[in-house]
Structure formats: structure tokens, C-alpha cells
Design a protein around this ligand. Structure first.
Ligand code: BGC
Length: 829
């Protein structure tokens, strides 16, 4: 079987409906779909506002009731509410733009300027954006002349200038004007507006970090800067509420904004077609900047300003052998504004043997809304074991172990990575092995590289150094053979249905023993195409009960939908803030609450599995899907993923974190090999997944398209079996990202494609069809059945093990209740 290259998973198929007033919304919701929940919209607005980051403010914000504001930039109307691709393609009932949002918030807008933009944007509608991967990174700007700007300045006190960017799946940002950089037309607009107005506030509406180096050019003429991530259908209205002071700005950066693109440690290794070398190793984002180049930072990780004025004091630092607890009092010492503070704790590890970043996020806590004069104590508890580093080269004497090296651990507390000040310290006399694991997914010896380490200069300062990355030493064939599960003897059909397993009257193994090889093979793939007739229209795919015989045994079809910013179906669905916007709230409680309402919407819409959260690391600001992902930091990523998974799954439906693992660029994503040390893989790229699996137990997980150290993730025995399942104890269902690449197992030539995949414990090929020359419906795959019969082929035990993983997902889902009869279908937990 030679599949044609993977086809993309769909394209934006509808236009966004702009909304102009709150009054309009109820009728839109009623007409579009009465099952959409206004409480979800309200919470989405709160989250979008809480994730809005105030980067600069000389007092111009919030706009007072008397401020007269002229709004420039077409994005005030053509607002980017979300990024592109499967994570943004939601049939949304309405979308606010900033102009409407500002009016809704009662800001006194200059009508003449607004109407000029309304006329111009109506006459210059963006070209259709239906071609997959060709969506615009920006929209051409309306030219203005000096007279227009000067006249507006005569009528108004302040200018608000909006710049917008988008990127997406199959659409990385690029180092060009209109994407990472501002365009000549935007520069002209900035020049004219800042020349005419003494004070200009800039709003950046973007899913990715874009270059902000140009701010320096305008000095204090730019009086305020707000980074509005893509906040979904209510996002623009939320940003407006922040600008107007109705909602406090409480967002904090989840990434570093560097002075220039070249400053990012991954800048030299991004976007290559075949392989991406993660040469910066663990020094991703602020870990690099705080260690080597603090002066190259415009806005540090964790940064965000408030309208309120806060003071924070470390009241107590309790250090034990295994734990440290920091109690911090936050006081709103301002007289006017309420606000919420995010207290962040960072650790600096000894770095005696292993190269360590100057600071790592170790914990955080956000206060509730504090009125002027109010104070609150928050506590951050840090388990020392969670600070362990991974020794992948044996330099501590404990290769393949998570270790705490001897030496001083210094803790810092503050409101961003840079401003955190010393709060506590503890010293370990000896090395502690926290966990001993097995080397896994290390660098392929045939593709070695040099990785970044810390070298000390004459003055003790940190300098970038390089060393050879350690390479894999494991015999994979031997490892796989040592891991083969015993087969359950086949019994033939004994009439046991899955409901009996759910009810506890039969075991899962007894159920599985009845399944013939053909049925087991069916469980290992979805129903051929996207938009499967077995699921709700517009679904991403269906797995589980995809045949009559399986359904007769009580295995129901399980419908999967994208995720993460909304439920992607043919029907209307809510568009919630994207991943970065959510993470910028630093408020897992709020995110969990929103995800629970989202889970309720899934139940109403007939989605069983939400292909969300996207939790790859923001390794580089150009990655097209950064908007879907949370942060450059793995702890924050993990905490947010736990919140989404716990919220969604509290409603009896499943979340499916993705893409496991190291899917950090869109360029050649199905071919690209992420070459990364085992240490960086474990400490940075897998850490969030680990937290999520251990704490939230997602019912499903999606592998990534790319290779990791030479092996496609959907074939990666070490990633999925050695680490995810054996180390982390995961027994849920692992699915591929949509389709997969054809390959023969290098260690077991009898295995190819689906057989190779099942051996890794990637249980389900999604959506299930194999792309042949005749199209996706032509299912021409019997590799599993063939392989079972061959020497060194797939074993029955492995096929049954995969089936158990799939059935566990079916069993974990709440039963579907037929609205007419009240009868349940499918197996209950
Ligand atoms: C994306 C996934 C998505 C899937 C289904 C793939 O192209 O990478 O994130 O869930 O399509 O739409």
C-alpha cells in the first residue's frame, strides 16, 4: 500500500458574523442555535479579558468616561478572533470586533474616523480565505494622510491603533513584513498617528508573539501597549472592557518577547524541511534569556501591568527536606482600581554538574479580585521532587535518573521572571535520585549534534557553551520483545456485551477474548473519513463501534471533534479564547470552569472526544499553531492542560491532549524530524504531558505528525510505551494525528504501517482510511491481519492490548441518552 501524501483536515467553511450590540446576541443565539449557552459566552469573555496583557501604560489607560478616542487600523473592524486550521475552524454564531466592543463598553469613539474605516473595510473585504494553508497573515492597511490624523487629533485626546496578525495550522508566521514584522503601511500609520497625537495606545491582536522592536522608535508617544491574544467570539469585547477599565487587566505573558527574532535561542534552527535540531536544549524561552542574555528581552516571561497598585511580601518560607511552602501577602495599595495579582515562584538550581537555567518557574498563584486597601495571602507549595533534572549523559553518576543535585536551591518570588526577588534558599548536601527510569527516545546515533550548555567566564558569568549530545544506547528490538504482552485465549462470541463490563458482571478481558482478529483490527482504526456518517455532521472522525458486529456487542461509535478553541462541526458552536489567551490568565480554576461548560456544549452537540488541549511548547515565536498552545514553559503548559482536561472530562466526555510530542513547527510537519536530547525532551517537551497524564488522566491522547529522533511519533514505541504507558501509567487510548506516514519497522521488517503502529501502542489510526490513489474511502489495508500471520509479526496479545485501550475510552464515556426514549446506549463507566 502506498498512501498518497496526507490530505489536510479541512478548511474554513463559513464567514464570521460580526455583532454590534449585546441586544443582538440573544436573537443570534436563538436563531443560530438555542442550545448555545450564554453562560459559556460570559465566561469566555471573562477569560479573554483576564488573558489580555497590559505591557505599557503611562496612565493613559483605562480610558476615562471623558476620554475621546480615535481608533485607527482596519483590524478594529476585521478583528482576528482566532488562528487558522482545525483549531480555529468553528462555525461561530457571532464575533465581536473591537470597534463594537469599545462602543459597548461606553468608550467615546470618534465617529468620523470610525465611519471612514467602516466604509473602507466594506469596500476592501479581505479576499476569501478558503484555501488551506494560504490564509492571510495580515490584512492590508487603510492609508491615511497627515490631514486625517491631525483633524482626528483636534477632536480627540488619545489615539488607539490596532495591529493584527494571524497564523495557523500549515501556516507558520514568517520573517516578513505583514507577519512577524510590521508592514510599511503600518509604519506609515504609526508615524502619522503618533506625530499627530501626543498619546497613542497600541493594541496587538495576534495569536503569536510578533516583533515589537519598533516600539522604541516612537518613545513615549506610545503611551500604552496591550497584547490581546485571540480571545474567540467575545475576545474583542473583552479587550474593550479592559481598555475601558470595566475589567482589570490581569494577564501575564506566557512567553518572552525578545528585542529581535535573532535573539531567540531557536532562531537558527526553525523551519527546516527535513530535520530540526533542538540545539538550545533545555534553554528554551526565558530559560535562555535569564541565563545568557537578559538584556535582549523587551518584555520578560510572566510580565503584565495592572491598573491597581500591588505590593507583595513573603510572609513565610517553610523549607523541609522534600517541600517548600511560600506564603505571600498581596496588598492592593492603590486608591482607585481593583485588580488581581499573579505571584510567581522561580527556582535557581545548583548546576554543579548539569547545565541549569538561571531561573525556572516552580509555582504560581493568582489572588482573587482585590479592591483598593484589600489584601490576601496566597501560598505556593513546591514539591522538591518536581524540581528534579534529568541526567541523560551520566555526568552526575546516575544516568537515566531524575536527580536533585547537591548544592543551593534558591527561590525567588515576584510578578515576572525578571522582577522575582530572593525569598528562600535550601541546601542539599548529597545527590538525591528522585526517580530511576529507562533511557527512552534519545538521539539517533547517526544524527548527533552539539547542544547548548553553560560555561563560566572569568568573572563567573554564564556564557553559552556547547557539548556533544548523548546518543541512544538502547537495543530497541530487545526492548520491544521484552515487552510483548501475553495473548488472551480467543473464546469466540459468548454473548458478553460491553454493558456487562461496565456493570461489573464481566471482565474486560472476557469481553476482548470474544473478538476475532478482524474485529480487533477494526477497533484499531477509525471510520475511514472525516465527517463520518456514524457521528454528528462535521465531525473529525469516529472510532470504536464502526461495524455492525462491534455495535451489536455494545461498543458504540465515539465521535471526535476539534478543538481546542471550539467544537468544530457543521453546527454552530461557541468560539472560546485560544490556548495562549487562556494560559495568559494564569488561572487554572477559571480555565477549568470554562472547559466544564465547553464539555456541556459537547454533550449537547454530540461530541464525545474534544481534540484538545493543544499543548506543544512555544519553542519559537513563528510556529503557526502557537495560538493553540499555551506557553514556552512546561509547568504552565501542564497546569493549563490539567485544567482543560479536568473541566471537559467532568462532564462525562473525553479530552484528547495533543500533539505528543515535539510538534513545534508547521513547516513540513509530517516529514520533519525533531532532533532533541532526551533531557530536553523530558524536561521541556514531555513535562506538560506528564503532569496532565498523572493529574488529569485524559481518556485519549493524540500523537504528533513529526518524527522524534528519527521515528514518527505514531510509531514511537519508546515515547508511547516506555514513557507514556510504563513510566506514567497511562492506560487510555492513543490515537494518531489525522492519517499517518507509511513505513516499515526497521527492527521488525515483518511490520509495516498499522502493524508497526499498534506495536508502539498507538491504538487507533484516525480518521481510519488509508489514502490510496482512489481516494480516502478506498480502504485497502490488511497489514494487521497479514502481520499476525508472519514470523516476527504483530502478536495477538498486542492487538488485544490496543483493543483494551480503546474500550477503556468507550467505557469511560458517559452513556448517550436517547432524548426520546430516555434509554442509554453505550457502556457507562
Ligand atoms: C491536526 C490536529 C487535528 C486533526 C483533525 C490535524 O491536521 O494536526 O490537531 O485535531 O487534524 O482535524
Amino acid at each position: 500500500m502506498t498512501p498518497t501524501p496526507a490530505v489536510e483536515s479541512g478548511a474554513r467553511s463559513h464567514t464570521l458574523v460580526p455583532v454590534e450590540s449585546v441586544a443582538q446576541i440573544s436573537s443570534i443565539l436563538r436563531d443560530a442555535d438555542p442550545t448555545l449557552d450564554p453562560r459559556l459566552a460570559a465566561l469566555a469573555r471573562q477569560a479573554a479579558a483576564d488573558g489580555t496583557v497590559l505591557l505599557r501604560n503611562d496612565g493613559v489607560l483605562p480610558f476615562g468616561p471623558d476620554s475621546r478616542v480615535a481608533v485607527f487600523g482596519r483590524v478594529q473592524i476585521d478583528w482576528f478572533a482566532v488562528g487558522y486550521g482545525s483549531g480555529g475552524d468553528v462555525k461561530v454564531p457571532y464575533v465581536w470586533n473591537l470597534l463594537a466592543g469599545l462602543r459597548d463598553a461606553g468608550v467615546r469613539i470618534d465617529d468620523e474616523v470610525a465611519e471612514t474605516y467602516a466604509r473602507w473595510t466594506a469596500a476592501h473585504r479581505p479576499a476569501s480565505s478558503d484555501v488551506w494553508g494560504r490564509w492571510p497573515h495580515h490584512l492590508p492597511e487603510m492609508p491615511i494622510d497627515d490631514a486625517f490624523a491631525t483633524a482626528a487629533a483636534g477632536r480627540n485626546d488619545v489615539a488607539l491603533l490596532v495591529v493584527g496578525r494571524a497564523a495557523g495550522e500549515a501556516r507558520d508566521s514568517v520573517l516578513e513584513p505583514g507577519s512577524y514584522y510590521i508592514t510599511a503601511a503600518e509604519t506609515e500609520l504609526l508615524d502619522r498617528v503618533t506625530a499627530a497625537f501626543e498619546r497613542t495606545v497600541v493594541v496587538v491582536d495576534a495569536g503569536n508573539v510578533m516583533d515589537l522592536g519598533w516600539l522604541a522608535r516612537y518613545g513615549d508617544r506610545i503611551a500604552g501597549v496591550v497584547y490581546a491574544w485571540q480571545g474567540g467570539m467575545e475576545g474583542a469585547r473583552a479587550v474593550a472592557a479592559v481598555l475601558a477599565g470595566e475589567i482589570a487587566p490581569t494577564g501575564r505573558l506566557t512567553d518572552t518577547i525578545a528585542a529581535a527574532y535573532e535573539d531567540y535561542p531557536s532562531a537558527g534552527h526553525f523551519g527546516d524541511a527535513d530535520a530540526t535540531v533542538y540545539a538550545e536544549d533545555v534553554f528554551v524561552g526565558y530559560r535562555y534569556f535569564e541565563t545568557f542574555a537578559p538584556e535582549r528581552v523587551l518584555f520578560p516571561f510572566g510580565f503584565g501591568l495592572d491598573y491597581a497598585e500591588f505590593e507583595q511580601t513573603v510572609i513565610r518560607a517553610t523549607t523541609g527536606a522534600d517541600r517548600i511552602e511560600l506564603e505571600v501577602e498581596v496588598a492592593n495599595i492603590g486608591a482607585v482600581h481593583s485588580g488581581r495579582q499573579t505571584v510567581q515562584a522561580y527556582v535557581s538550581k545548583p548546576g554543579t554538574t548539569l547545565a541549569q537555567a538561571a531561573r525556572e518557574l516552580a509555582g504560581f498563584a493568582k489572588t482573587s479580585l482585590l479592591a483598593p486597601g484589600e489584601r490576601e495571602r496566597v501560598s505556593i507549595a513546591i514539591d522538591l521532587a518536581d524540581l528534579a533534572s534529568y541526567d541523560d549523559d551520566g555526568s552526575t553518576g546516575q544516568r537515566s535518573c531524575w536527580v536533585l543535585e547537591p548544592g543551593e536551591y534558591r527561590f525567588f518570588v515576584g510578578t515576572d521572571v525578571r522582577r522575582a526577588v530572593p525569598a528562600a534558599s535550601l541546601t542539599r548536601d548529597t545527590l538525591r535520585v528522585v526517580r530511576r527510569v529507562r533511557e527512552a527516545a534519545a538521539v539517533d546515533p547517526t544524527t548527533p549534534f552539539r547542544r547548548m550548555i553553560v560555561q563560566r567566564g572569568a568573572d563567573g558569568g554564564a556564557l553559552v557553551g556547547w557539548e556533544d549530545v548523548p546518543v541512544a544506547t538502547v537495543d530497541r528490538r530487545e526492548r520491544v520483545l521484552g515487552d510483548l504482552p501475553a495473548a488472551i485465549p480467543l473464546t469466540g462470541d459468548r454473548g458478553i456485551v460491553l454493558e456487562s463490563v461496565a456493570a461489573g458482571t464481566a471482565s474486560l478481558d472476557e469481553f476482548v477474548a470474544q473478538l476475532a482478529v478482524d474485529e480487533l483490527a477494526l477497533l484499531s482504526r477509525g471510520d475511514l473519513t472525516m465527517d463520518s456518517p456514524l457521528g454528528t455532521p462535521g465531525n473529525a472522525g469516529v472510532l470504536g463501534g464502526i461495524s455492525e458486529s462491534l455495535r451489536a456487542k455494545g461498543v458504540r461509535p465515539v465521535t471526535a471533534t476539534d478543538g481546542p478553541s471550539g467544537i468544530r462541526l457543521s453546527a454552530f458552536a461557541s468560539l472560546i479564547p485560544s490556548g495562549t489567551a487562556l494560559a495568559s490568565t494564569w488561572d487554572p480554576g477559571l480555565v477549568r470552569e470554562l472547559a466544564a461548560l465547553h464539555g456541556q456544549e459537547m454533550v449537547r452537540k454530540g461530541s464525545d472526544v474534544l481534540l484538545s488541549p493543544g499543548m506543544n511548547i512555544h519553542r519559537n515565536p513563528l510556529c503557526g499553531r502557537n495560538f493553540e498552545y499555551f506557553s514556552e514553559d512546561p509547568l504552565l503548559t501542564g497546569r493549563m492542560a490539567v485544567a482543560v482536561v479536568a473541566g471537559v472530562q467532568s462532564q462525562g466526555v473525553a479530552a484528547c491532549p495533543k500533539h505528543f510530542a515535539a510538534n513545534n513547527q508547521e513547516e513540513s510537519r509530517t516529514r520533519n524530524d525533531s532532533r532533541v536530547s532526551e533531557r530536553a525532551l523530558r524536561e521541556i517537551y514531555l513535562r506538560g504531558f506528564e503532569l496532565c497524564v498523572r493529574e488529569a488522566r485524559p481518556m485519549a491522547i493524540m500523537t504528533s505528525y513529526n518524527k522524534v529522533n528519527g521515528v514518527w511519533s505514531h510509531y514511537h514505541h519508546d515515547l508511547v510505551t516506555t514513557v507514556l504507558r510504563h513510566e506514567w501509567g497511562y492506560d487510555g487510548c492513543v490515537i494518531t494525528d489525522w492519517w499517518m506516514e507509511s513505513a516499515v519497522d526497521p527492527d521488525f521488517p515483518a511490520l509495516e504501517d498499522n502493524a508497526y503502529r499498534v506495536r508502539a501502542q498507538v491504538d487507533v489510526l484516525m480518521p481510519g482510511g488509508v489514502k490510496t490513489e482512489d481516494g480516502p474511502e478506498a480502504y485497502a489495508d490488511d497489514t494487521i491481519q497479514d502481520s499476525i500471520a508472519r514470523v516476527d509479526g504483530l502478536t495477538l496479545g498486542e492487538l488485544q492490548r490496543g483493543a483494551r485501550n480503546v474500550l477503556r475510552l468507550v467505557l469511560s464515556l458517559a452513556p448517550v441518552i436517547d432524548a426520546r426514549t430516555g434509554e442509554g446506549s453505550g457502556a457507562a463507566r
